[in-house]
Design a protein around this ligand. Structure first.
Ligand code: NDP
Ligand SMILES: CCCCCCC/C=C/C=O
Length: 329
C-alpha cells in the first residue's frame, strides 16, 4: 500500500494566495488493477494559470491542478515499463495511479545529461507557449522589434531567445536588476527593471525609439495600456497572460485599447497554448534541439521538497523566480 501526499485547495484565494489556503493530506492508494500503473512525482510545476484556474474551475477541497515529471514505479500495463519518465497532469501529488491515457513520454532522444525538469519549462508547456505564440500569434518576421514582459520567467525568457534566433531585436522588462542582468546575458538587446524606471513610457521609448512590431504580453493591466501606444502601424499583440490581474479582488479598470488599435491598425489576439496540441511534437523537438545546441539557455528556480509547494507557488506569483519555478520532490 502506498500513501500519497497531496495538496488541496482548502479555501478559495482572496487576493494574494496564502499558505493557510492550502491543506496537505495523505491518501492511501489502492492496489493496481490490470491496465494501471503507479507513478511517483519527481518534479512538479507551479504556474501562474493555477491562480485564475482555481477561481474558475475548482471547488474547496479539490486537489490543486498541475503538471509533473513522474517515474513509473509499478506497472500492470504492458505499454508502460517501470523506470520510464513521463509528463503527467495529475495535480499536486507525490504518487498517483493512471491508466496511461493521460501520460506523455519525454521525447525518446532526451539526453541523460539534461535535467528532466526542463520538460515542465523550456522543453514543455511554457517553452511551447513562447514558440507558438511568437510564430502563430505575433507572426514576427526577421528584422522586427519584439517586446516581452515578465521576460525573465519561464515563457518570457524563451520568447526573447527565440525572437533573437529568428532575427529580431528584443526588448525585455523584468522586476529586479538581477533579472535584467540575466536577460542581457542570454542575448536580449535591451532590458530594464520596470519596478525602478521613473517612467515606463520613457523606458520603452528609449529601448526602441521607432516602436514595436510585436508585443508578447504576459502581464496585462497598466503595462499593456502604456505599451500599446508604442506599437508600430500593423503591430501584433499576443495576449498570453495577465499576471498583474490574477490576484485582484476588484477588477482593474481598462485598458482602453480602441484608439491605438484603430489608428495604428493593430491586431490583438488571446491564445492558449493547447490550441497547438497537434503540433506539440514539432515544438518539443525544436526546443530540445536548440537547448542541446546551446542556442536556447535555461534557468530554473528549484524548490526542494513537496511540502514547500505552496511557498514556491506564492513566491513565483511574487516574482521570486528566475526562469522556470519547479519543485524537486
Ligand atoms: N496563454 C497560455 O497558453 C499561457 C500563458 N501563460 C502566461 O504567461 C505568463 C508568464 O508565465 P510563466 O512564464 O509561467 O511565469 P513566470 O516564470 O514568468 O513567473 C511569473 C512572473 O510574473 C511576474 N509578475 C508577477 N506579478 C507581476 C505584476 N503584477 N506585474 C508584472 N509582472 C509580474 C514576475 O516576474 P517579475 O519579477 O518580472 O515581476 C514573476 O516571476 C503568465 O501570465 C501566464 O499566465 C503561461 C503559460 C501558457
Ligand atoms: C499541459 C498543461 C496545459 C496547461 C495550459 C495552461 C494555459 C495557461 C494559460 C494562462 O496562463
Amino acid at each position: 500500500m502506498v500513501t500519497a501526499k497531496v495538496w488541496v485547495l482548502k479555501k478559495h484565494f482572496e487576493g494574494f494566495p496564502k499558505s493557510s489556503d492550502f491543506d496537505l493530506k495523505h491518501i492511501e492508494l489502492p492496489n493496481l488493477k490490470d491496465g494501471e500503473l503507479l507513478l511517483e512525482s519527481v518534479f512538479l510545476s507551479v504556474d501562474p494559470y493555477m491562480r485564475p484556474y482555481s477561481q474558475r474551475n475548482m471547488k474547496e477541497g479539490d486537489i490543486m491542478i498541475g503538471t509533473q515529471v513522474a517515474r513509473i514505479v509499478e506497472s500492470k500495463n504492458p505499454d508502460f515499463t517501470v523506470g520510464v519518465f513521463v509528463v503527467a497532469r495529475s495535480g499536486w501529488r507525490t504518487h498517483f495511479i493512471s491508466d496511461g491515457k493521460d501520460l506523455r513520454a519525454l521525447p525518446p532522444n532526451w539526453p541523460e545529461s539534461l535535467p528532466r525538469s526542463l520538460a515542465l519549462g523550456t522543453i514543455g508547456m511554457p517553452g511551447l507557449t513562447a514558440y507558438f505564440g511568437l510564430l502563430e500569434v505575433c507572426k514576427m518576421k526577421s528584422g522586427e522589434t519584439v517586446l516581452v514582459n515578465a521576460a525573465a520567467g519561464a515563457v518570457g525568457s524563451v520568447v526573447g531567445q527565440l525572437a533573437k534566433i529568428w532575427g529580431c531585436k528584443v526588448v525585455g522588462c523584468a522586476g529586479s536588476d538581477d533579472k535584467v542582468a540575466y536577460l542581457k546575458k542570454i542575448g536580449f538587446d535591451e532590458a530594464f527593471n520596470y519596478k525602478t524606471v521613473a517612467s515606463l513610457d520613457e523606458a520603452l521609448r528609449k529601448a526602441s525609439p521607432d516602436g514595436y512590431d510585436c508585443f508578447f504580453d504576459n502581464v496585462g493591466g497598466e503595462f499593456t495600456t502604456v505599451a500599446i501606444n508604442q506599437m508600430k502601424t500593423y503591430g501584433r499583440i499576443a495576449l498570453c497572460g495577465a499576471i498583474s490581474q490574477y490576484n485582484d479582488s476588484v477588477p482593474q479598470k481598462g485598458p482602453y485599447v480602441q484608439m491605438p488599435m484603430i489608428f495604428k491598425e493593430l491586431q490583438m489576439e488571446g491564445f492558449i497554448v493547447s490550441r497547438w496540441n497537434n503540433r506539440w511534437e514539432e515544438g518539443l523537438n525544436t526546443m530540445l534541439k536548440w537547448v542541446m545546441e546551446g542556442k536556447v539557455k535555461c534557468h530554473e528556480q528549484v524548490t526542494e521538497g513537496f511540502e514547500n509547494m505552496p511557498a514556491a507557488f506564492i513566491g513565483m506569483l511574487k516574482g521570486e523566480n528566475l526562469g522556470k519555478a519547479v519543485i524537486k520532490v
